[in-house]
Design a protein around this ligand. Structure first.
Ligand code: ZN
Length: 248
C-alpha cells in the first residue's frame, strides 16, 4: 500500500452508503484519481467541506496495486471557491470544466501542466466570474493543446509556410490547419480575427486572455466557441474509453 500526498482539485462527488462519498479529482501528483472518503457526509464535517466540488485541497490517500479506487484519509482546504457556488451559471460552467477533465484525462497519469492550467482557470473564474465564457474557451484550447489535439497555429500543415496575419486558414477533418492553396478552400474556415484571438491563448494567462477578450467582437468569440466545440466533439468520438456527456 502506498501513501500519496498531493494537491487536488475536486471535480465531482457521488454519495456512497450512509456517510461516504466517491470523489473524482485532478491531482498534481497522479492526474485523475477516484477515491472513497469514508465518513465525510456526517453533519458539519470539515472532511466533507474539503471535498466539495472545485475546492483546491491538500489530500493524503492510500492506494493499492491494481485498484482504481484509492482511499482518501486526510484533507486540508487550500482554497474553497465556495463563493462561486451561489451563481448557477458559474456552477454550470465549472461542472462543464470538470466533465471535460474527466473525459480527457486518463486515470493515474501525472500531468503537471494540465493541473496548473486547470487551477489557473479556476482562479481566474474566481476573480472575475463575468469572464466565465472567455476563460472556458481558454481552458478548452489549452486542454486540446495539452492532450495533443490542437494543430500548429503558426504554419500550414502541408507546405509548412508560416501563416501571415492577413490570411484566412482552413481546418481539415484531421484537425490540422492549411493555407488556402493547400486546402483548396475546403474545410472549416478560420477567419483572421479568430486566428489572432486563438494565438493570444499561447502567450497569456487565462485572466489576461479574458481581459483582452472583452474587446474582441462577439462574432469572433462565437467562432471560437464553435471551433473548440467542434474539435472537442471530434476528439471525444475518437477516444474509445469515453463517451461525450457534456453539454454546452
Ligand atoms: Zn500550405
Amino acid at each position: 500500500m502506498a501513501v500519496v500526498d498531493t494537491e487536488a482539485l475536486i471535480l465531482r462527488t457521488y454519495n456512497l452508503a450512509e456517510a461516504d462519498k466517491i470523489v473524482v479529482c485532478l491531482t498534481r501528483a497522479a492526474g485523475l484519481v477516484r477515491g472513497v472518503a469514508k465518513g465525510c457526509r456526517k453533519l458539519r464535517n470539515r472532511f466533507g467541506a474539503s471535498l466539495e466540488p472545485f475546492t483546491l485541497t491538500h489530500l493524503t490517500y492510500y492506494e493499492r496495486e491494481n485498484q482504481e479506487l484509492v482511499s482518501i484519509r486526510q484533507t486540508e482546504i487550500l482554497k474553497s471557491n465556495f463563493n462561486l457556488s451561489s451563481d448557477p451559471v458559474v456552477v454550470t460552467g465549472l461542472a462543464y470544466l470538470g466533465d471535460l477533465l474527466i473525459e480527457f484525462s486518463p486515470p493515474h497519469q501525472t500531468n503537471e501542466l494540465l493541473f496548473r492550467m486547470s487551477a489557473a482557470c479556476l482562479d481566474a473564474i474566481g476573480q472575475s466570474p463575468n469572464d466565465l465564457q472567455s476563460i472556458l474557451r481558454y481552458f478548452e484550447v489549452w486542454l486540446l493543446k495539452i492532450e495533443g489535439f490542437m494543430p500548429d497555429l503558426k504554419m500550414c500543415a502541408n507546405c509548412h509556410r508560416a501563416f501571415t496575419s492577413e490570411e484566412v486558414v482552413f481546418m481539415s477533418t484531421d484537425l490540422t490547419l492549411r493555407c488556402h492553396e493547400c486546402s483548396n478552400g475546403r474545410g472549416g474556415s478560420v477567419s483572421k480575427g479568430l486566428h489572432a484571438h486563438l494565438r493570444t491563448t499561447e502567450r497569456l494567462s487565462p485572466g489576461k486572455f479574458a481581459e483582452g477578450a472583452r474587446e474582441v467582437p462577439n462574432r469572433t468569440k462565437r467562432e471560437l466557441a464553435e471551433l473548440t466545440h467542434q474539435m472537442i466533439g471530434r476528439v471525444l468520438e475518437r477516444l474509445p474509453r469515453v463517451k461525450p456527456t457534456f453539454t454546452h
